[in-house]
Design a protein around this ligand. Structure first.
Ligand code: PLP
Length: 405
């Protein structure tokens, strides 16, 4: 298991080098404000900026869809944490994915997608983008031969979620990056490996350092971490890709608001601390569930029995707080979810509080039932986002609720 502390020389010139990830969470993009020295980047709640003279905007600031200092502060921080050339922040995780697709695929292109993704990603690809002449191939991206076999001369993007929501499959990012480069050389055209890093966060996994081209995030989840903002981000390894995302961000317009940018920047200050706790609690809760007689199966990459446990240990610096488990039937899942008191029955994940949901009827309801079953999302599957409460209280809550199963 590698050390989650990042020792790469990043961050503003004033920081000691090499600056670690926790240091960058507190300082990158957050230099004291020029006029007052405010240590916290102000919320620039403005739609426009007065110009010095005709054709002379002040420091390039013209209009707030295009430029906002509070959003810029967050974007600088996100680029540093994911080790990219540029980051751009959006109104939701789905707006981030939408913008990445608009920037990098066109009618006639094919996209190879992990067969297991967040249900909303599948819905957007299969029910919206497919109407614009983009083809999608849903493949088990944990199987490199299946990926190799599904690459088509018109495949221009691989869109991979790892770990997947909700069955926690792990794909080998270095190997997928190598396949992407081979395919690119074969078809003599740019092909991008896009990774949804929402579950792992840059604390536990850096896809760009492993050869991916683009990272997308729902900042709604761990990055903001406090269940009080909806947002998303696209981080580009190469400056030229970052420029395409910047252009599309401004052209399509689904930007993150100044207030939400402030909230996510604030949330990120404690990201390493929170992820450490989510990981600690996640491991304990997963082991508890695995040993519980009412639980049929647990999906958690930190368990030695997980099919990609060795890969997860190599690729990730921690396993995180996301756990799914099989209760056997929809009735059992319902009884359990109606009885929890500390864990909140709610959509979403990655908040400081423990959240539980029923993927088949909630987060993945937009997938047809047969497709859902093919993806391992059974009626009895329950997803738990382990929060940072005292772990004994989470275990007691689960023990109490499981009595009803
Ligand atoms: C892995 C993953 N990616 C993307 C999204 C979409 O994010 P948002 O809800 O912020 O649009 C989600 C939402 O649950 C998710 O779990």
């Amino acid at each position: 298991m590698s050390d989650p502390r990042d020792l790469r020389p990043e961050g503003p010139a004033a920081l000691p080098r090499p600056a670690g990830l926790a240091t960058r969470c507190l300082h990158v993009g957050q230099e004291p404000e020029a006029t007052t020295g405010a240590v916290t980047p102000p919320i620039f709640q403005t739609s426009t900026y007065v110009q010095e003279a005709f054709g002379k905007p002040r420091n390039g600031f013209e209009y707030a869809r295009t430029q906002n200092p509070t959003r810029f502060a967050l974007e600088a921080l996100l680029a540093s944490l994911e080790e990219g050339a540029a980051a751009h922040a959006f109104a939701s995780g789905m707006a981030a994915t939408t913008t990445a697709m608009l920037a990098f695929v066109s009618a006639g292109d094919r996209v190879l997608v992990s067969r297991n993704t967040y249900g909303g990603t599948y819905r957007f690809f299969s029910k919206v983008l497919a109407n614009f002449g983009v083809g999608f191939d849903y493949v088990d991206t944990t199987d490199l031969e299946a990926v190799r076999g599904a690459l088509h001369p018109s495949t221009r993007m691989l869109f991979v979620e790892t770990p997947t929501n909700p069955v926690m499959e792990i794909s080998d990012l270095s190997a997928l990056a190598a396949l992407t480069r081979e395919h690119e050389a074969r078809i003599r055209s740019r092909v991008r490996l896009v990774v949804d890093n929402t579950f792992a966060t840059p604390v536990f996994q850096r896809p760009l350092a492993l050869g991916a081209d683009i990272v997308v995030h729902s900042t709604t989840k761990y990055l903001n971490g406090h269940s009080d903002s909806v947002g998303g981000a696209v981080i580009s390894r190469l400056a030229e890709d970052g420029e395409k995302v910047r252009f599309t961000q401004n052209a399509a317009g689904a930007i993150l608001s100044p207030f939400d940018s402030f909230l996510v920047t604030r949330g990120l200050k404690t990201l390493p601390l929170r992820m450490k706790m989510h990981d600690e609690n996640g491991r304990i809760v997963a082991a508890f569930l695995e040993a519980h007689p009412k639980v049929e199966k647990v999906f958690y990459p930190g368990l030695p029995g997980h099919p990609q446990h060795a890969l997860a240990s190599r690729q990730m610096a921690g396993f995180g707080g996301m756990i799914s488990f099989e209760t056997g039937s929809i009735e059992a899942a319902e009884r359990l979810l109606n009885r929890v008191r500390i864990c909140a029955l709610a959509e979403s994940l990655g908040g400081v509080e423990s959240l539980m949901c029923h993927p088949a009827s909630m987060t993945h309801a937009s997938i047809d039932p047969e497709e859902r079953l093919l993806r391992g999302i059974t009626p009895g599957l329950v997803r738990l986002s382990a929060g940072i409460e005292d772990v004994a209280d989470i275990l007691e809550d689960l023990e109490y609720a499981l009595k009803a199963v």
